[in-house]
Design a protein around this ligand. Structure first.
Ligand SMILES: Nc1nc2c(ncn2[C@@H]2O[C@H](COP(=O)(O)OP(=O)(O)OP(=O)(O)O)[C@@H](O)[C@H]2O)c(=O)[nH]1
Length: 474
């Protein structure tokens, strides 16, 4: 070896030693041959590839940027732009798929000396993730403040997680505490047939990852659905949907109540890393804010329109609904009738069995009414033990038959008091109906109330019909 060659080799060794000690990932490639001739230690650690595995620049691109369209439309124009020395952006910030299957966000830059192109890569994943999360969080909070649809808000969360963990598909299920079931909140990238199959699933042991996580109220990690007992009844469904691993986290309110379940699915067997768990925590806590806010909105609305004891429409809501229905009847020249109902001697029920048992009677009564009435009837609790029922498309005779049926059903029923005694009670009803083309709810109620008074006066447990032909509107 000549002295010059010796010096050159020594120089190269020193340069490599120097580059191996820097934390920045560095590589150089030969422009004419397209070969990658050197990668430093940081490069190997960062991307996970050895020089033998990515000896050619094309192979490198295919591995780290598997999407050919992205290579053609983003990376290649950037290189050409850079070569012309007029870069529209000096560094290219892009996503790189590493050998371990994770993708990292990097800032790439290169310089050219003769036939050699020197590349350096800076890992900006943490910064990028923090920025994206911040953006997703503020987008979500803005949507919450604007009362956007819950599904849209949850979609933002799901999309953010999927963006950070490219190989995952995520979902948010909502917990219905009354039925103990999970309903679909958002799962934009799971197949429809899968979402439909698990919609309304009852939580319990061995009900997939979400059903079990919600039931146990703790995180469930299933590495391989195909062999896990939690999935034994859903293994085929999961196979059809192409999911093999599923990690699920219960979503809890600030008070710890179960609100739903967040799930991350993968197409291959997989256990979560620390970063995955952190991502799941992030998603669950955002989803919790969105769901809790949505639920309290709904509760406020329910309180504004529902009677808290019976769950029926309250006076205000009954008037709104009844007015709309009456207007439709007037416009389509249909009949319309009103019933007013009052429990007989309700005071004595309270006195004999206690106020709480009186409440029980009112609750049961409301349930019985809902079952006995036709679907299009509008029912409301408009006073203490007073109920109103609008019957669209029913004339006075039909309404009287409905009223008679209610009276009879209730007279033959019993409600269990708190100390388990059978409480029997009766009701009185007044009927009014629309005559001609002019009518309003106040007038119908006034007439029905008059008839109800008559029913009370003439002995109770009976139905009386108002003389509507003498009303001011007839
Ligand atoms: N338990 C209970 N009682 C109520 C509620 N609202 C009103 N009441 C009671 O209902 C009773 C109504 O009594 P009254 O108006 O004298 O009528 P009544 O005893 O039903 O007798 P008649 O209507 O004449 O047959 C009162 O004792 C009220 O306290 C309620 O939400 N729960």
């Amino acid at each position: 070896m000549t002295q010059e060659a010796n010096q050159h080799q020594e120089c190269e060794i020193q340069l490599e030693d120097f580059l191996d000690s820097t934390p920045v990932a560095v590589a150089w490639s030969n422009i004419s041959t397209g070969r990658i001739e050197y990668i430093n230690k940081a490069f190997e650690q960062f991307f996970g590839y050895t020089l033998e595995e990515i000896s050619d620049i094309e192979i490198w691109y295919q591995r780290v940027c598997p999407d050919p369209e992205y290579r053609q439309t983003v990376i290649e124009p950037w290189i050409i732009d850079f070569q012309k020395n007029a870069p529209s952006q000096k560094n290219l910030k892009t996503r790189i798929l590493c050998k371990d299957g994770f993708s990292r966000q990097v800032s790439i830059c290169f310089s050219t000396v003769g036939d050699i192109r020197l590349w350096h890569f800076t890992d900006i994943t943490d910064y990028w993730v923090a920025e994206k999360r911040l953006r997703a969080r503020s987008e979500m909070l803005e949507m919450v403040s604007k009362s956007s649809a819950l599904k849209d808000i949850l979609n933002v969360i799901v999309k953010q997680v999927q963006l950070e963990s490219l190989s995952s598909v995520c979902s948010v299920s909502l917990f219905d505490s009354e039925t103990q079931r999970l309903m679909l909140g958002a799962a934009p990238d799971l197949p429809n047939f899968y979402n439909q199959a698990i919609e309304g699933i009852e939580i319990g042991m061995n009900v997939g990852s979400c059903g079990t996580a919600a039931y146990l109220n703790e995180r469930v990690i299933v590495e391989d659905i195909r062999t896990h007992p939690y999935w034994q009844d859903y293994a085929q469904l999961a196979k059809d949907a192409g999911v093999v691993a599923c990690w699920s986290d219960p979503i809890r309110s600030a008070k710890g109540e179960l609100l739903g379940a967040f799930a991350m699915y993968h197409a291959t067997p997989k256990l979560p890393t620390e970063k995955d768990l952190e991502l799941i925590n992030f998603a669950s806590s955002l989803a919790s804010i969105a769901i809790e806010n949505h639920n309290s909105h709904q509760e406020l609305e329910r309180r504004a329109y529902c009677d808290s004891l019976t769950g029926l429409a309250n006076r205000r809501s009954f008037f709104e609904l009844a007015e709309k229905a009456l207007l439709q009847c007037l416009m389509s020249q249909k009949h319309c009738s009103m019933l007013m109902m009052d429990v007989d001697h309700f005071k004595s029920i309270n006195d004999a069995y206690g106020h709480a048992s009186g409440d029980l009677v009112l609750k049961q009564l409301a349930k019985m009414l809902e079952q006995a009435l036709p679907d299009d009837a509008i029912l409301g609790r408009i006073g203490g033990e007073e109920f109103a029922i609008l019957l669209p498309d029913r004339d006075g005779d039909m309404a009287t038959r409905v009223a008679e049926c209610i009276r009879e059903t209730l007279a033959n029923s019993a409600v269990k008091s708190l100390d388990n005694q059978s409480l029997h009670f009766t009701v009185s009803l007044g009927v009014s109906f629309k005559v001609g083309v002019h009518c309003n709810i106040d007038e119908l109620l006034r007439l029905a109330d008059k008839a109800l008074y008559q029913a009370k006066e003439t002995g109770r447990n009976r139905v009386c019909v108002a003389n509507c032909f003498q009303s001011s509107f007839s």
